[in-house]
Design a protein around this ligand. Structure first.
Ligand code: HAM
Length: 419
């Protein structure tokens, strides 16, 4: 059967689950549009340099996780590992370059060649937003509050928000010097990855999860003190706005995030119900230099992992999306009845109603089972004798009551019931 299983780290989403996906996507669209965001759909693959430059060549994602291939002309393409870089690429072709603010949201599959495990997939799905063209602490706070409200709306209470600041470009060198001096003194007791990070990307040491490194990282000097007053003021404003908006959060200077484009605010959201404290969402403020552009574009945004949101919802037994019975199932016994049902179904569907029916010759019992399975609110039944009398029986599936309706009144009768 292995040939029929999807590749590791990917999954089929069957109709029974797809309702929850749709619910998350619809709720996101509704909430985000209340904040002025519109949907943007970008390609699932881009020229590789969009991600190399956008995410940073030293990041784990770019170095180890991208699905990269050549197109027929020999140009390197990559399946998108995240949404931000492609959104920014798309937006440079709009009037955002002239200073217009753009607020967009997106959902869709992302691809990272990670080792699959619970909540870690190679094809996963993000719901994300980007607010591009402006830079202000209140925008960052508004964006985080929107994420908080979205999580609440999909039944996820108890999410933990951690925030930090990455400062501006000029803040990095003094802070790096401070951290390098400290970690160099302890590097002998640290893991091999951290030894490489000491040279290549010191910040990544701060989110190393190895036990051997934990204590050393906990005692690292408070590098935020070396940041410019401007950056620290920016961060203070984000925090007080979040408090005003009622978003509970914890500030933690160890949060650096895995992508290089961040400046100022960064944040991550975890939930106690998710094993290993893996994030259900992450984001922050960034500056992105696009191929051929000299000036970076400022933006702030986040992405949530749909599979992980669903895992938390399941663990919390969050109320499933509306499952109330709707629609009608048409049972037909005999060719004449099936034909009449097909015509009626066509009329009802065109009028906007959900209709299912059996079009193969099957027993009454089997058709009744299908009616129950499809959770229709009504079932219409007609066999040869009903056809002769020019009537059909309509059964209300909630209370079991049955009524005989003349053929000429069927459409109007059913339409009125299902409105
Ligand atoms: P990220 O933290 O790399 O950020 O991913 C965001 C979310 O996507 C994670 O918190 C997680 O829920 C989900 N996710 C990531 N990798 C996987 C995986 N392998 N399997 C399942 N879920 C996963 C970004 O992608 C940034 N583009 C977010 C952003 C938007 N920053 C600014 N704007």
């Amino acid at each position: 059967m292995a040939a029929f299983a999807p590749p590791p780290g990917t999954a089929d989403i069957f109709p029974a689950e797809a309702g929850s996906w749709r619910f998350l996507e619809n709720t996101a669209a509704e909430i985000f549009s209340n904040y002025g965001y519109g949907e943007l759909r970008t390609p699932v693959f881009e020229y590789t340099e969009v991600f190399q430059r956008g995410l940073g060549g030293e990041t784990e994602v770019v170095q180890k996780e991208m699905y990269t291939f050549e197109d027929r002309g020999g140009r390197s393409l990559t399946l998108r590992p995240e949404g931000t870089a492609g959104v920014m690429r798309a937006l440079t072709n709009t009037d955002v370059a002239n200073g217009t603010e753009q607020r967009v949201f997106y959902y869709g599959p992302m691809f990272r060649g990670e080792r699959p495990s619970a909540g870690r997939r190679r094809q996963f799905h993000q719901i994300g937003v980007e607010n591009v063209g402006r830079c202000a602490p209140l925008i960052d706070a508004e964006c985080i509050a929107m994420l908080y409200n979205f999580l609440k709306a999909i039944g996820i209470e108890g999410a933990q928000f951690t925030i930090n600041t990455r400062g501006i470009g000029a803040d990095r060198a003094p802070a790096e010097a401070m951290l390098r001096e400290y970690f160099a003194r302890h590097i002998d007791q640290m893991c091999p990855d951290c030894r490489t990070r000491l040279e290549r990307n010191i910040w990544r040491i701060l989110d190393c999860k190895q036990d051997s490194c934990g204590k050393i990282i906990a005692d690292a000097p408070d590098y935020l003190q070396s940041f410019s007053p401007e950056s620290r003021e920016y961060f203070e404003e984000v925090k007080s706005a979040l408090t005003m908006l009622g978003v509970p959060f914890k500030a933690d200077s160890k949060l650096v995030r895995g992508l290089d484009y961040y400046v100022h605010t960064v944040f991550e959201v975890t939930h106690p119900e998710l094993p290993g404290q893996i994030a259900i969402a992450g984001g922050g403020r960034y500056e992105l230099f696009l191929p051929g552009e000299k000036k970076p574009l400022p933006g702030v945004g986040f992405a949530t992992g749909v599979e992980r949101l669903l895992m938390v919802r399941d663990a919390l037994n969050a109320v499933p999306p509306e499952t109330a019975a709707t629609g009608i199932f048409l049972i037909g016994l005999g060719k004449e009845a099936r034909l009449a049902n097909l015509t009626l179904a066509d009329k009802l569907r065109t009028a906007g109603f959900r209709v299912e029916l059996e079009l193969e010759e099957r027993s009454f019992k089997a058709q009744m089972r299908s009616a129950n399975r499809c959770q229709a609110k009504y079932t219409l039944i007609r066999g040869e004798s009903e056809m002769e009398k020019n009537i059909a029986i309509i059964k209300d599936m909630t209370d079991g009551s049955q009524t005989e309706i003349p053929e000429s009144e069927l459409f109007a009768n059913i339409s009125a019931k299902m409105k």
